[in-house]
Design a protein around this ligand. Structure first.
Ligand code: C5P
Length: 292
């Protein structure tokens, strides 16, 4: 144990530029097609080998208080899962998670933490383990964990685990705004099962726009099938959309199963003005940029 040192991990949020739900599968999950983008909104983790015979999670940061510090926390579940799959259940860790990504937001915060834990423990304990193996372990933890593990701009299909790297979203300024309403992922899928879709995203067109490096054109194809039914329940999302557009957003869309709304701006001043305006009413408003 004494030769193991402390290790650190960075967990980055993801946004969905497009999200389509194709059908409900036999296994109860839904077949998805979505385009995801990593952004520079981060949690930081440190993992320290512990002399005790128990894992321990210490939560800090502005979103830390909103989370359980037990096995329901995906960071701790990922520690246990990695050690079980790697046959190292003799080891115990103290994990400190500085939580900045808002919780239950549609930004993959918990999945990003789990992915960062897998990476950090691989580097510490099993540096030879290939990404393919970790991607399998990632899916066992949750549908969004593989995409957070891989990062960048991705087409994610299946449950979210069939990943294809895409051309990146061109440099831009992104405003994220999460109102204080909660939407569980399971609930959002159940709501969708009862909804007749009027529109769907044109994912091939969005891919083409990204390949051409055109931010303006890409932003025109942002669309998420969850947005309409969730907005129907929570009208505040329509107000946020209006405010984001008022400051010249090129595109606005809800991320994941919500409720975070995101907008993309070519101009830093417009993004800052939208951020400042929304921040007055919504504490969980952020300004960030896309990352590879
Ligand atoms: O995989 P994960 O545990 O993150 O999924 C949470 C819930 O979201 C699932 O229990 C399921 O209800 C729903 N889900 C789904 N289809 C997917 C991903 C998630 O129905 N592709």
């Amino acid at each position: 144990m004494s030769d193991l040192t402390e290790t650190e991990g960075l967990a980055r949020a993801k946004i969905n530029l497009a999200l389509d739900v194709l059908h409900r599968r036999e296994d109860g999950y839904h077949e998805l097609s979505m385009i995801t983008q990593t952004v520079g909104l981060r949690d930081t983790l440190s993992l320290r080998p512990s002399e005790g015979r128990k894992h321990r999670l210490i939560l800090t940061g502005p979103s830390g208080a909103a989370l359980p510090a037990d096995d329901r926390n995906l960071a701790l579940a990922a520690v246990r899962h990695f050690l079980r799959r790697a046959g190292r259940e003799d080891l115990f860790f103290e994990v400190t998670l500085d939580k900045r990504i808002p919780v239950c937001a549609g930004l993959g915060g918990g999945s990003a933490d789990a992915a960062a834990v897998l990476r950090a423990l691989r580097d510490l304990l099993e540096p030879e383990l290939p990404d393919e193996t970790l991607l399998e372990w990632a899916l066992e933890l949750g549908s969004d964990v593989p995409c957070c593990f891989k990062g960048g701009t991705l087409l994610a299909q299946g449950r979210g685990e069939r990943l294809t790297a895409l051309a990146p979203l061109p440099p831009c300024h992104i405003v994220l705004c999460k109102p204080p309403v909660s939407v569980s992922t399971g609930e959002a899928f159940a709501l969708l099962d009862r909804t007749k879709f009027r529109c769907r995203p044109d994912i091939p067109r969005l891919r083409e726009a990204l390949a051409r490096g055109s931010l303006r054109e890409a932003a025109r194809y942002f669309y998420n099938v969850f947005e309409e039914p969730i907005t129907h329940r929570h009208r505040i999302l329509a107000d946020i959309r209006g405010e984001l557009l008022h400051h010249q957003a090129l595109g606005v869309v809800m991320s994941g199963s919500g409720p975070t709304m995101l907008a993309v701006y070519a101009d830093a001043e417009n993004a800052k003005a939208a951020y400042d305006a929304l921040r007055l009413d919504f504490a969980e408003t952020y300004l960030c940029e896309p990352e590879s």
